[in-house]
Design a protein. Structure first.
Length: 74
């Protein structure tokens, strides 16, 4: 007759340490494999070369008006 094994593994200390390490690894997991800072870095890298074109095509006065509406809501 074979002995049934516990779902938690063997009752020794190393098994408990392995279970704790596995729990910590799962607790640190995120839904997406990248962080917000990585997205901001990628976005700034993509849009930085477009800024001179933006400032050339849109008049400076219109940019200031837009910034004033965004900051002050008027």
């Amino acid at each position: 007759m074979e002995k049934e094994e516990s779902p938690l593994g063997s009752p020794d200390i190393s098994s408990l340490a392995d279970l704790g390490a596995s729990f910590e690894a799962i607790k640190k997991m995120r839904i997406v494999p990248f962080s917000l800072s990585a997205v901001i870095g990628l976005g700034s890298t993509i849009f930085a070369p477009l800024l001179p074109l933006f400032f050339i095509t849109i008049p400076l006065e219109q940019i200031f008006d837009l910034a004033k509406k965004i900051l002050f809501g008027s």
